[in-house]
Design a protein around this ligand. Structure first.
Ligand code: NAD
Length: 455
């Protein structure tokens, strides 16, 4: 078996040969990735079912189609992104050619999480290929079936000189990180991100961190409660709450909460029936370890369960669960929930709600539900988050013209569409000078005349 440094040597020498630079090569590899996706859709859906019991429709919209759409968008726009960007000039540079040239960085390491194990691994790979880099991808070992499938398919479809899959858990990843990369693109938890940054510091490697956090959802002002309940429940319980952009907790007034609860109860019944455990539309918790973490969190919470709460360790099931009377210092508010619990906190005014969310770390996404644009605009102006969406959840991340990434503790750097291309390119400043106007240049050369010296 090849060692990490042998794999890296192979990729580095391919990169140095310049093979990844021409647009034709990048386009060909993107098209190969497209074939990988379209020719193996059934196997991909099977793997996602094994890992998380994802329903077919969820897998198609959140994994397969996200990757395919990103591929289409990149293939269609790559040529224009690769063009030099001419910049405006001043008097001293009027006769020069001044532009920004996007250049590949080298070998990029992409480390993926388990919750959307395909999309969050291959979308950054699309950016790496588009920007002309070689890449090593490291899938999450937790989503074992997808991990194995990716390791089987990538070498079949993609240039083995330029792209490789390395498998393994924390220890193998730590060993891999001892090597020098030209960029590390990491998606995962804040805790592990600290290790990634330490490892990157040894080689001064630039890093993109796509992390999580507690994404708030606010409901204030006039609102259609039925629509709000449906959109909130959909975005919260999609992938059974195991989404980095899932609304983590809700803040609203007591009156709104009381109006919302029956609508949420009806919605959950409409979505998953009276027996959610037998619904094929509710994925499972990814592993027994993650199931136990969630159940302990629920046990420690002082909130009152008003919907759900049932669980089954054998099949890693946890019901969509809603809790009220949750205080700001409750166990459920200590860390990102990353599961199907929706705590509802109350604040009587919008200002109090904004103050509450601003006492937390900056989240990856922030949601506000209201028919009043003044409410939406006030929240937008008085808060900070990686992304923002009004009157829905999650959906903003599917638009490739918007950057996807965090701010503060939810990460730094962004991708999707051109944003990923830029993140994994070097923006090289180029000034091409000719030989004219030497007489004018002469003014700056020593020996300086009195007038110059006095300037
Ligand atoms: P994780 O940090 O446990 O694992 C992510 C990757 O890091 C895996 O490939 C894993 O093998 C590797 N890893 C684990 N321990 C390591 C170590 N000590 N050193 C080096 N590598 C190590 O994250 P996870 O549990 O897979 O994912 C859940 C977290 O990811 C949540 O916090 C979620 O919010 C976040 N997330 C963020 C985004 C985003 O786009 N911002 C998307 C999905 C998930």
């Amino acid at each position: 078996m090849e060692t990490h440094s042998q794999i890296l040597d192979r990729l580095r020498s391919a990169f140095r040969s310049g093979i990844t630079v021409p647009e034709a090569f990048r386009q060909a590899q993107l098209k190969q990735l497209m074939s990988l996706m379209t020719e193996n859709e059934d196997q991909i859906l099977d793997a996602l079912k094994k890992d998380l019991a994802k329903p077919k429709f969820e897998s198609i919209i959140a994994e397969v189609d996200m990757v395919i759409n990103e591929l289409h968008f990149t293939i269609a726009n790559l040529n224009s992104w690769m063009q030099p960007e001419y910049v405006s000039k001043n008097l001293a540079t009027k006769l020069d050619d001044c532009f920004v040239r996007r250049e590949p960085l080298g070998v990029v390491l992409i480390i993926g999480p388990w919750n959307y194990p395909l999309q969050l691994l291959l979308s950054p790979l699309i950016a790496a290929i588009g920007a002309g880099n070689c890449a090593i991808i490291k899938p999450s070992e937790v989503s074992a079936a997808t991990d194995a499938l990716v390791a089987e398919l990538i070498p079949k479809y993609m240039s083995q000189d330029c792209y490789a899959v390395v498998r393994g858990a924390a220890e193998e990843t730590k060993a891999l990180l001892k090597n020098r990369f030209d960029h590390i693109f990491y998606t995962g938890s804040q805790a592990v991100a600290r290790h990634i940054l330490h490892a990157a510091a040894d080689h001064l490697t630039p890093v993109t961190l796509e992390l999580g956090g507690k994404c708030p959802c606010l409901i204030y002002g006039k609102v259609n409660i039925t629509y709000a309940a449906r959109r909130l429940a959909w975005s919260k319980f999609f992938n059974t709450g195991q989404s980095c952009v899932a609304p983590d907790f809700l803040v609203c007034s007591k009156a709104t909460r009381d109006a919302l609860l029956p609508a949420l109860r009806q919605t959950l019944e409409d979505f998953y029936s009276k027996e959610p455990e037998s619904s094929s539309d509710l994925p499972r918790i990814v592993s027994p370890r993650h199931w136990t973490r969630l159940m302990e969190l629920l046990k420690r919470s002082k909130g009152k369960v008003v919907m759900g709460g049932e669980s089954n360790e054998e099949n890693k099931y946890i019901a969509p669960t809603v809790l009220v009377d949750v205080a700001e210092d409750d166990a459920l508010m200590e860390e990102e929930i990353f599961g199907p619990f929706l705590p509802i906190l109350t604040a009587e005014t919008l200002e109090e709600a904004i103050a509450l969310i601003n006492r937390q770390e900056k989240p990856l996404a922030l949601y506000v539900f209201s028919e009043e644009s003044s409410v939406v605009n006030t929240v937008l102006e008085k808060s900070s988050s990686g992304g923002f969406c009004s009157n829905d959840g999650i959906i903003h991340m599917a638009l490739p013209t918007l950057p996807f990434g965090g701010v503060g503790a939810s990460g730094f750097g962004s991708y999707h569409g051109r944003w990923g291309f830029e993140t994994l390119s070097h923006q090289r400043a180029v000034m091409l000078r000719g030989w004219t106007l030497e007489r004018l240049n002469g003014l700056r050369y020593p020996p300086l005349h009195r007038g110059q010296a006095e300037l």
